[in-house]
Design a protein around this ligand. Structure first.
Ligand SMILES: [Zn+2]
Length: 317
């Protein structure tokens, strides 16, 4: 059995983007419930996420972007006290409420604290059950339900603050991690590997020429056998050659066949298999160090089952 951290914070459930929005607090509740009911939670080391320090967010984001989210939150609070609306719109899919700033700091803070814990050897690996997600957040722009890029912040933090030389970011969300690409493209210390449904939101990922990106577009309806072949044939050889000292995972579960926000056809066993492959790379090159952060996944039952499958492998259950 591994020492696997489960990072969370109550603030992450206070951020919400309006009635019926798929990126809802119910997602975290469904994950918690499933891990409790299945007995998996008892095997995890629960850690409350701290707030990310602003100086660490600035490793991946511009000062104006950070200040603008804080300013929007303060403005919204003032307006609400004057009887105004509960939300402020960022893009057609993305809104803030008065708790978004705190939730976003906790989500990034979870990734940082988990990185500290695996670097210290206090944990073998960790899963951050946090929201808002991060992989669409660009250096200077919030979009696609994301405000701060939790995984990119953690990657740069591991390089700058822990002195690592090579960090891998793996993204198995159904959507292309355009924000992560925006922040890490051209940084040879980071290898980003992903697959993503294409053509699909956010309609990029196929044109970058940066040598540190291995983002593989796949058509709608792609299922587990094709994804396992893709991982074996493309990701794993690149990871083996790169020899990451830490693996960060943008763990989105919206490529599940039951998820309505994507049209791919993965199942729980595929997430378990991918997780196992990543852990073997981490064992060979990174002393097992792996930090996984929740991204998408919107069909609550499929999300909860997929997270359970992912975390079971992390914990060695
Ligand atoms: Zn997604």
């Amino acid at each position: 059995m591994n020492k696997t951290g489960f990072f969370f914070h109550a603030d992450c459930s206070l951020h919400e983007m309006g009635f019926g929005h798929p990126e809802s607090p119910y997602r975290l509740a469904a994950i918690e419930q499933r891990l409790q009911d299945s007995g998996v939670m008892a095997a995890l080391l629960r850690r409350e996420a701290p707030q990310a320090p602003i100086a660490d967010l600035e490793l991946a984001h511009g000062r104006m972007h950070i200040a603008s989210l804080r300013g929007l939150t303060d403005g919204l609070r003032d307006e609400m006290q004057a009887g105004g609306p509960k939300h402020a719109q960022i893009d057609p899919d993305t809104r803030i409420n008065v708790h978004t700033w705190d939730a976003a700091l906790r989500a990034a803070g979870a990734a940082l604290a988990a990185t500290d814990a695996v670097m210290a050897g206090e944990l073998d690996n960790a899963f951050c059950a946090v929201r808002p997600p991060g992989h669409h957040a660009c250096r200077d722009k919030a979009m696609g339900f994301c405000f701060f890029n939790n995984v990119a912040v953690a990657a740069l933090y591991a390089l700058e603050r822990h002195g690592l030389q090579r960090v891998a970011i793996i993204d198995f969300d159904v959507h292309h991690g355009n924000g992560t690409e925006d922040i890490v493209a051209g940084d040879a210390r980071i290898l980003m590997a992903s697959f993503f449904q294409h053509p699909f939101y956010p309609f990029g990922g196929t044109t970058s020429t940066a040598g540190n990106l291995l983002n593989v577009p796949v058509p709608a309806r792609t299922a587990g056998d094709a994804i396992r072949a893709l991982v074996s044939d493309t990701w794993l050889p690149r990871l083996e050659a790169f020899q990451p000292e830490l693996i960060l995972v943008s763990a989105g579960f919206d490529a599940h066949r039951e998820d309505d926000l994507g049209q791919m056809a993965l199942v729980e066993a595929d997430y378990a298999w991918i997780t196992q492959q990543l852990m073997e790379v981490a064992a060979r090159h990174a002393k097992g160090r792996l930090v996984s952060c929740l991204e998408g996944g919107y069909k609550l039952d499929a999300l909860a089952r997929s997270v359970e499958a992912h975390v079971r492998v992390l914990a060695g259950l």
